[in-house]
Design a protein around this ligand. Structure first.
Ligand code: PEP
Length: 252
């Protein structure tokens, strides 16, 4: 099954205008394999500049969050309409930092996915278990509980327009990457979970792995049958390392 291969950069609350310039200049020169697309998600204030600077047919602009509301008295929030004005094509939702620090629930995440789909923006839906949950053997239950409210909200067929990022919380920013085999096993579970609802959707949805991915470990992870690329944090801030990962990744 040919699926899109995606490398997505989550800058989190990092970066500068200088990095926007350096990264976009470098990425504009990168030659990507067929079927590969790259998504760069800087913080909101850098979207406008990045939208102008990124000039590559297969590199897209993304954001790290969005409001589930259309507009109104929601101080500090950013709407799908605003993001569309800056050519944002993807938005990360349900990142574990949003779930854990800002207490976003799976239902709220589902509403964000709904708002994005209604605005023709592709959600990058993050799911993942904590270390305690994995140790207790609850990984699959946790992932199912994060996915089901979104399926209930938007319907499984809408997952044709969703990207899923599996990010074990214990691997994010820790240097503790899941082994390729462990990541593949979990990705296979996620695809199987979706296949029970709709096999065509399950075969099409890109499943990214995230959690301490870097230039050294990406090849083994991305070679796995159900891993269609990665969501990268730390490594996505390093111009040379990130562009090297993008230019070496193979299309499926
Ligand atoms: C992330 O925050 O989505 C992430 C995967 O971070 P890191 O690559 O730094 O672990």
């Amino acid at each position: 099954m040919n699926r899109q291969t995606i490398i997505a950069a989550n800058w989190k609350m990092n970066g500068t205008l200088n990095l926007v310039n350096e990264m976009s200049n470098r990425l504009n020169q990168v030659k990507l394999a067929d079927g590969v697309r790259v998504i760069v998600c800087p913080s909101f204030p850098y979207l406008a500049e990045m939208a102008v600077k990124l000039q590559h047919d297969n590199i897209y602009l993304g954001a790290q969050n969005v409001s589930e509301h259309e507009k109104g008295a929601y101080t500090g929030e950013v709407s799908t309409t605003m993001l569309r004005e800056f050519a944002v094509k993807y938005v990360i939702v349900g990142h574990s930092e949003r779930r854990n620090i800002y207490k976003e629930t799976s239902l709220q995440v589902a509403h964000k996915v709904q708002a994005l789909l209604a605005a023709n923006i592709t959600p990058i839906l993050c799911i993942g278990e904590s270390e305690q949950e994995r140790m207790a053997g609850h990984t699959e239950t946790v992932l199912a509980a994060q996915l089901q409210p979104v399926i209930d909200e938007v319907g499984i067929e809408k997952f044709n327009d969703v990207v899923i990022a599996y990010e074990p919380v214990w691997a994010i920013g820790t240097g503790k990457t899941a082994s390729p085999e462990m990541a593949q096993e979990t990705h296979q579970f996620i695809r199987q979970f979706l296949a029970e609802k709709d096999v065509n959707v399950a075969n099409k949805v890109p499943l990214l792995y995230g959690g301490s991915v870097n230039a050294q470990n990406c090849e083994g992870l991305f070679a796995q049958a159900d891993i269609d690329g990665g969501l990268l944090g730390g490594a996505s801030l390093k111009v040379e390392e990130f562009s090297q990962i993008c230019s070496t990744v193979k299309g499926s």
